[in-house]
Design a protein around this ligand. Structure first.
Ligand SMILES: Cc1cc2nc3c(=O)[nH]c(=O)nc-3n(C[C@H](O)[C@H](O)[C@H](O)COP(=O)(O)OP(=O)(O)OC[C@H]3O[C@@H](n4cnc5c(N)ncnc54)[C@H](O)[C@@H]3O)c2cc1C
Length: 423
């Protein structure tokens, strides 16, 4: 009997545990380890921040659901990994041996790279975790009670831009509903070289469409923005030229600011030679395996993906839900193949598909492959995206309860888009 340990019970880890158990059956043990007892559906976090959702609607306890499928769950953080010995140490002191390790540990949020940034330092709020989104909600309530300027966007080195746009549009809608939007000047500040770049060098006409959406909502923007610090209620921003030289320095006062940080790999993995890159992201080959430690697989935000064309202010490539599900599918097939004595050959489709909510409407994009030039570069706006996103949230939470192993993105999104297959 082989032991497969999955670390992280987020979008990738939960899917991986269910799929592995379904594929490997009773002959092998699947253990899921996470630092939190609950699964959190991260894409709903912007809705938490404006009180359109509550914690209990977008999260669920992991143990009761996965145990029904014969998966052992341990709610304790990974503290150390010894890949040569195939041993992990957890925060509760236990050590576990594995035959295969699947890392789905998501991002470590690098707020500390910008002085004053992040909920701890107090300069900006975040929607990256459910607790952050709840803290953000309290900050939004204070903004509604006493309106002032707002800055939304993404820090230098960020790789996840969709939720920044989503949050700006959702907050705009919320402030209009509360009838205080006229007292809230809004600025979108982003490390992207242009609006709609999204870490993907744009998708279809994402530039034109997102600029138009920002203009229609009176949201100003600063691109090529290198936030250098936050202090005394002001954000200090170096706007740079294409060659990286300073174009203009902005010192923007604000009342409320939600900025997505740069990501890096989680601390216990950082510095493990051959396993991770200098930022702590897990190095994987086309089969999602680490080349130095081939019994370690990884999926989701924790993996290293080479950046697209360099940008004046550093940006990274986003890892979105569809890609993550396809990585999990490949890992499951590859571990199963290895256990049968076969070579692992399954590959993930690193295509990007995303639904971005805008409060009452939304925008969807499909980038195949995710880096241009592409076979498909599709970006469309409509109320159907807002509705599809709600349907998708419900479906994904249901999938996490019943252990459905069908890729949710493929089902929920592709049908709407009328695309049969994403190969
Ligand atoms: C605000 C936001 C909105 C997003 N919206 C969308 C969207 O609409 N559509 C889309 O396609 N993508 C979206 N994404 C991108 C991506 O799909 C999500 O970030 C997704 O949650 C990533 O899944 P993951 O499994 O890689 O990481 P996560 O979901 O972050 O899961 C990581 C897991 O690892 C656990 N963990 C961390 N450290 C340890 C440790 N030391 N020991 C044990 N466990 C640990 C965490 O608690 C968590 O359970 C969004 C991202 C953000 C930040």
């Amino acid at each position: 009997m082989a032991t497969v340990i999955v670390i992280g019970a987020g979008l990738g880890g939960m899917s991986a545990a269910y799929e592995l158990k379904a594929e490997l059956g009773k002959d092998h043990e699947v253990i899921l380890v996470s630092n939190k007892p609950d699964f959190e559906f991260t894409p709903s976090n912007p809705w938490i921040a404006v009180e359109w959702r509550e914690r209990k609607e977008t999260s669920l306890p992991v143990e009761p659901y996965v145990s029904k499928k014969g998966i052992r769950f341990i709610a304790s953080a990974l503290e150390a990994l010894n890949p040569a010995e195939k041993i992990i140490t957890l925060a509760d002191g236990q050590t576990l041996s594995y035959d295969y390790l699947v890392l789905c540990t998501g991002p470590d949020l690098a707020f500390d790279e910008i002085p004053g940034a992040g909920p701890e330092a107090g300069g900006t709020v975040s929607v990256c975790t459910l607790s952050h989104a709840e803290h953000c909600r309290d900050n939004v309530k204070a903004l509604v009670a006493e309106p002032g300027s707002v800055i939304v966007g993404a820090m230098p080195g960020a790789s996840c831009f969709g939720p920044a746009y989503e949050y700006a549009f959702i907050l705009d809608k919320h402030l209009r509903d509360k009838k205080v939007r006229k007292n809230v000047p809004m600025t979108f500040v982003t490390s992207e070289p242009y609006i709609g770049h999204l870490g993907l060098d744009g998708v279809g006409d994402s530039k034109g469409m997102l600029e138009s959406e920002l203009r229609q909502r009176d949201i100003h923007w600063i691109c090529n923005a290198k936030v250098v610090g936050i202090a005394n209620g002001k954000m200090e921003i170096d706007e740079v030229n294409d060659d990286g030289s300073l174009k203009k320095h902005h010192s923007l006062p604000y009342k409320h600011s939600m900025m997505l940080p740069a990501f890096r790999g989680i601390k216990p993995l950082r510095g493990i030679d051959g396993l991770v890159n200098p930022r702590g992201f897990v190095i994987v080959d086309a089969q999602q395996r680490n080349p130095k430690y081939p019994n370690i697989y990884a999926a989701g935000v924790c993996i290293a993906i080479a950046p697209q064309h360099p940008t004046p202010v550093p940006t990274g490539v986003p890892k979105t839900g569809y890609m993550i599900e396809s990585m999990v599918r490949a890992i499951t097939a590859n571990i199963h193949a290895e256990l049968k004595g076969e070579s692992p050959t399954a590959k993930a489709t690193w295509n990007a598909i995303c639904l971005a909510d805008m409060g009452d409407t939304g925008a969807a994009f499909v980038a195949m492959p995710q880096i241009p030039p592409r076979n498909v570069a599709w970006f469309k706006k409509g109320k159907w995206v807002h509705l599809a996103k709600i349907a998708f949230e419900k479906y994904f939470l249901h999938k996490m309860q019943v252990g459905d192993t069908e890729p949710a993105y493929e089902r929920a999104v592709l049908k709407y888009l009328g695309i049969d297959k994403l190969e």
